[in-house]
Design a protein around this ligand. Sequence first.
Ligand code: NAI
Length: 281
Amino acid sequence: MTIQTICVCGAGTMGSGIAQVAATAGFTTLLYDVNADMLQKAKAGIEGSLQKLVSKEKITPDQQQQTIGRLRYITDINQCIAEVFIEAIVEKMEVKLSLFNQLAGINTPETIFASNTSSLSITRLAAQISHPERVVGLHFFNPAPLMKLVEVVKTEFNTTATITQMEALVNTMQKTPVVCKDSPGFIVNRVARPYYIEALRLAEEGLADFAQIDELMESTGFKMGPFALMDLIGNDINYAVSCSVYEQLQQPERLKPSYIQEEKVKKGELGRKSGKGYYNY
Ligand code: NAI
């Protein structure tokens, strides 16, 4: 199958970045969201980001215009016709399933369904979609236009040909694919869990505040302290990932999600995207 059109579903933090990457790589790119305001915001974000790249002479004005010309912003699911879908909507299995099943109804059986989920089981997702062999994980990192790594999550259903094609796709996007097995949190989010959870534990116990912890971790060489990073990721997403990994690993005490983060989510203090998280933006 030749890939010409990629449809990215969800125009939030990740979807907008992934759409920019796909369009820059030369694909006709559809960005679909149920929320028209999110699409407007994504369009402004992508165009602003391309403009910055022109100013820094990383791309030419021609490349900027071509990339903009490859992007379509849509709210009508019936226009979502593509060879590859990359889903970056809410971190909830039933919502992702419902989306993929609607898309399966209007696309051919060869269409690839990739999920950008950080923690949900790709195998469980695939098992509930017709032709499960075409469902994979393509896990980009935040911010997608800058971060090189993409975890290509493989299940028992996939053929080698599908995984090879996904690796080639990631390479075309100028990213580095790493194939990994489907397990809770895959590799990076599993390793990173204690970074967030132990930092939250220190704050819960009143041993240090958010800024102190961040400052110290950054001074040891981490690019971002855990609280600044959770604000970048989004507390709703980070908390959902913590809960999902905790449940899938049979609730180990060391990975118990923090009530501080749960409170942040309840108050809508989601981080950069809502203007307030552990810090104000
Ligand atoms: P977000 O909250 O910024 O954006 C989600 C978008 O999906 C919103 O624009 C919303 O309107 C849209 N949406 C919700 N339901 C929809 C539906 N049924 N159909 C179409 N659009 C729908 O979320 P974010 O942070 O971009 O995360 C998306 C996915 O990417 C999640 O699965 C998350 O685990 C994963 N991810 C997030 C990372 C991060 O740093 N935030 C990093 C890597 C993966």
